[in-house]
Design a protein around this ligand. Structure first.
Ligand SMILES: CCOCCOc1ccc(-c2cn(C[C@@H]3NC[C@@H](O)[C@H]3O)nn2)cc1
Length: 447
């Protein structure tokens, strides 16, 4: 057996997001979001599930924080529902919305848990979508108005901020692939949206600095890894295009002030003309204090001419998979992190999402999610390798604290270390909860 030990200042946490756990969709003055609209559009979400009730954390947040206290975490990553603060996206502020997040943050602080706030985790006010959403540059200004209000309101209580969660999902998954809200399928639109998102990120970081807010700010791109099937250059290049779509497309502008030319050229071949206004790249490349990295899975792939957007195909190998079908690929986490260090230097990194889908149900009051424990062991081992290789890892935040609304999969896919009975809303700590609790207490685990 091997002891996997972590640095003494390692921070441990759990993550959730507003639309996925809060419920109370028509309470507390909340406005409509694009996910309310999308989830109620027939065929978009499995079983027609939606976030009207979810885990009812809007009402049960105290119980949830008490579970986190028992878990012994240092940091809780949650997101704020923009439509709770600005029901119409801009203009009139909803005090009941602010009051809810004050109650949550005060409960966290009273229990010695640091709040890490994601400003945008996909629940755009529908009122803004009705005016073009992220394709309309006015939404950038609306986001800065919302961020400014939150910075001023919670300065001194919240010291870790993330502007955007997974801009690749917000832009390409939601506006090119189209499986998430608002469900467009237009590469030009999606690519322009990815640019507007980065401008919104940069402008809100600029505002954070101007207001001289105490604390740190970053953003949380999602990543993936494709291992070339062979050492043929065409396979290597194909994998680098997919990885570049997730990593360099979003991180080069922030850390280098330019888009990666190999991706710009590829998108140009696909007919994309990115409209960049004077000053945009300077705004985008505002220095951040830390980087959030979300990683779930990787694949083996090879070049295939005219296949999909980036000319590659999966090579199905007999790897183990989680219940959502994603391969268990821990080396991908190591490869992503070392690639980021090589490209962008010593930027402090929190793993802001890593976790697995296992749909085990309670038996006699216990949930024996052995698969999730194995996934955590493998990925924390990969993380310890990255740390040993000099990657500046500040913390690990697992997705998710509890089972919740998994977007287009609805409630059929469970990512929590706490089981949720969606009929009774009863929470049941899974075996992985107790494993993670012990790992946090020790700051090591035996693999
Ligand atoms: C039909 C073609 O499909 C192409 C890929 O489709 C997807 C779908 C989903 C994801 C996905 C889901 N998650 C987990 C979430 N991260 C944020 C948090 O809210 C979690 O719920 N990460 N990535 C990626 C790709």
């Amino acid at each position: 057996m091997t002891i996997i030990q972590f640095p003494k200042d390692m921070k441990w946490g759990t993550a959730t997001a507003s639309y996925q756990i809060e419920g109370a969709a028509k309470e507390g003055g909340r406005g409509i979001s694009i996910w309310d609209t999308f989830s109620k559009t027939p065929g978009k979400v499995v079983n027609g599930d939606n976030g009207d009730v979810a885990c009812d954390s809007y009402h049960r947040y105290e119980e949830d924080v008490e579970m986190m206290k028992d878990l012994g975490i240092d940091v809780y990553r949650f997101s704020v529902a923009w439509p709770r603060i600005f029901p119409d996206g801009t203009g009139k502020v909803n005090q009941e919305g602010l009051d809810y997040y004050h109650r949550l943050v005060d409960k966290l602080l009273a229990n010695g848990i640091e709040p890490m706030c994601t400003l945008y985790h996909w629940d755009l006010p529908q009122a803004l979508q009705d005016k073009g959403g992220w394709n309309n540059r006015e939404t950038i200004d609306a986001f800065v108005e919302y961020a400014t209000l939150m910075f001023n309101e919670f300065s001194g209580k919240i010291n870790k901020w993330l502007t955007l969660n997974e801009p690749w999902c917000i832009s390409f998954l939601s506006n090119y692939i189209g499986v998430h809200a608002p469900g467009n399928q237009d590469l030009q639109l999606a690519t322009q949206i990815s640019h507007h998102l980065l401008v919104a990120h940069g402008k809100s970081v600029q505002k954070f600095r101007e207001l001289n807010i105490d604390g740190e700010i970053g953003f949380a791109p999602n990543t993936t890894w494709l291992e070339p099937f062979s050492n043929r250059q065409e396979d290597i290049d194909a994998c680098n295009r997919e990885i570049g779509w997730y990593i360099e497309w979003f991180m080069d502008p922030v850390f280098k002030g330019t888009y990666p030319s190999f991706m710009v050229d590829w998108f140009k071949k696909k007919g994309v003309e990115l409209v960049i206004e004077d000053g945009d790249m300077e705004i985008i490349s505002q220095p951040v204090d830390f980087l959030g990295i979300n990683y779930y899975t990787g694949h083996i792939a090879r070049y295939k001419e005219n296949e999909g957007l980036l000319d590659w195909e999966l090579v199905e190998m007999n790897y183990d998979r989680t219940d959502i079908g994603w391969p268990i690929f821990p080396d991908g986490l190591y490869n992503v992190l070392t690639r980021i260090k090589e490209s962008y230097g010593d930027v402090p990194i929190y793993i802001t999402e890593n976790g697995s889908c296992y749909n085990d149900e309670p038996e006699n009051g216990r949930v024996h999610d052995t698969g999730r424990i194995s996934y955590l062991e493998q990925h924390l081992t990969a993380l310890s390798r990255a740390i040993a290789s000099g990657v500046n890892i500040k913390g690990y935040i697992t997705w998710s604290l509890m089972d919740n609304f998994e977007w287009a999969e609805g409630y059929t896919m469970r990512f929590g270390i706490v089981h949720v009975n969606y009929r009774t809303l009863e929470r049941t700590k899974k075996d992985s909860f107790y494993w993670y609790k012990q790992t946090i207490a020790n700051n090591w685990f035996e693999s």
